[in-house]
Design a protein around this ligand. Structure first.
Ligand SMILES: [Zn+2]
Length: 438
């Protein structure tokens, strides 16, 4: 644990005030984008003294990064050590360039994250995720885990049989995986008669999907894993742009904030700060980043934060599960919901082995939803479909179009453009819904 993780709020505040002043002076001197932005707003950064003054600073949006990507770079290009990119799930991918110091910062961040998730030098991690294709998380986890002194098995995504072989033969103590893939792994192990609870795996670090409901209890996806496999689930959440993770300790009360690496705000639709427990848009300011620091960057992710000390001894704020992306908010017959609410219903039905939710725009310019599900081979659609319809109506208060399709077709729909990772939500609505620019 770094000293700041168990410091008083006053000590954390003093550290962050100084770090913010340093950051503002740095981007004023080195970032063409922020030089222009400050000039346009007539902003004298020397007058921004504390994090309480953050609200006087303009926002940075995804479109800013897309349109002026290289104006964010604060160092000469020959200082760039690694080019990472966002997945491009929502429009054009953005490149984030890291210097050698940024890579060290990234590994330090994951060292703190994996330590927070009860990891130590005796662990062996199996990584069930992409380690190339400019995916920042892959190298971040690898570098951070190595800093804890633990070992790594870089198996990559997919390949159920190879994953299971490695679990049996190499004995990893922890997995880093997308939780819905863990469900697929459980099903595969069952089909070949292997009892996963006899393996050495004790913890799974869950990436890419939420494992908790808004009240921080395990959601349907997490329950599905835990009922079949008594392991400890830790959620970790980050984005390429923020270069910093929020990771749960063993008490599972939200992902711990790392105050030396990031400032964050949770904002309402009007851009006003929200109190603990109220969901809003996560807005971040990076600390200690040299290549492409970001100031009040609107992530588009909607979540709430919690404060008060945690039983693990950390005093830092904790971030609850991402309830959805702001742009992915669906309006269906008067009901507003995020795709995650639909996933939660589908995950609770054990006959469903894969699904994809597709949103489109109707002729009346309203949102339309089609849910395609693949069922277990032995399941009878005539029994499962009415059960699913009832669960959707109860969970969402509306009933989208529901279709049963072959597994291969659902998988093809999950990954139409051969992206880095398949998606359970495909947004085909027009026009693209974008957050307002500053
Ligand atoms: Zn804790």
């Amino acid at each position: 644990m770094s000293p700041l993780e168990s410091a008083s709020q006053k000590e954390i505040g003093a550290y962050q005030d100084a770090a913010l002043q340093q950051l503002l002076a740095y981007v004023q001197a080195n970032s063409p984008f922020y030089q222009r932005l400050f000039a346009r707003h007539g902003l004298d950064v020397a007058r921004v003294r504390t994090t309480a003054d953050l609200s006087r600073l303009p926002f940075t949006t995804k479109q800013d990064l897309q349109q002026h990507n290289w104006d964010f770079l604060c160092v000469p290009k020959n200082q760039v050590a690694e080019y990472c990119s966002t997945s491009g799930t929502l429009g054009r991918p953005v490149t984030i360039a890291l210097t050698a110091a940024d890579l060290e910062r990234l590994y330090h961040n994951e060292f703190l994250s994996f330590s927070c998730a009860d990891g130590g030098p005796d662990d062996l991690y199996q990584l069930l995720l992409t380690l190339d294709r400019q995916f920042m998380a892959g190298i971040a986890y690898h570098g951070g885990i190595r800093k804890t002194g633990a070992g790594v098995i870089r198996l990559g995504p997919g390949h159920l049989a190879a994953q299971l072989d490695a679990i049996r033969q190499l004995g990893p103590t922890a997995l880093v995986a997308v939780p819905s893939f863990v469900v697929a792994l459980i099903n595969h192990a069952r089909s070949v008669g292997f009892d996963l609870s006899t393996s050495a795996v004790r913890r799974i670090i869950c990436i890419g999907e939420s494992i908790r409901d808004a009240d921080l209890q395990p959601n349907a996806l997490a329950r599905r894993i835990l009922e079949a496999w008594p392991v400890h689930l830790h959620s970790t959440y980050a984005s390429t742009e923020q270069q910093t993770a929020f990771t749960e300790c063993g008490h599972g009360r939200g992902g711990h904030h790392q105050p030396e690496l990031l400032l964050f705000e949770i904002l309402d639709e009007q851009g006003q700060a929200l109190p603990p427990g109220q969901p809003g848009e996560l807005t971040i300011t990076t600390l200690g980043v040299e290549g492409m620091p970001l100031l009040r960057y609107r992530t588009g992710d909607v979540c709430a934060y919690y404060d008060g000390p945690c039983a693990c001894g950390r005093t830092t704020r904790r971030l609850g599960p991402v309830l959805g992306r702001r742009q992915q908010l669906l309006k269906l017959k008067g009901t507003s919901l995020y795709p995650a609410a639909i996933f939660n219903v589908l995950n609770a039905v054990s006959e469903v082995v894969a699904y994809v939710v597709e949103a489109s725009t109707s002729e009346l310019a309203t949102d339309e939803l089609t849910i395609s599900v693949a069922l277990r081979a032995e399941a009878d659609p005539a029994t499962v479909l009415p059960q699913l319809r009832q669960a959707l109506r109860a969970g969402l208060r509306v009933l989208p179009t529901l279709l049963v399709r072959p597994l291969a077709e659902v998988q093809a729909r999950q990954n139409p453009a051969n992206k880095r990772k398949p998606a359970s939500f495909i947004d085909l609505r027009r026009p693209a819904r974008l957050p307002p620019s500053e």
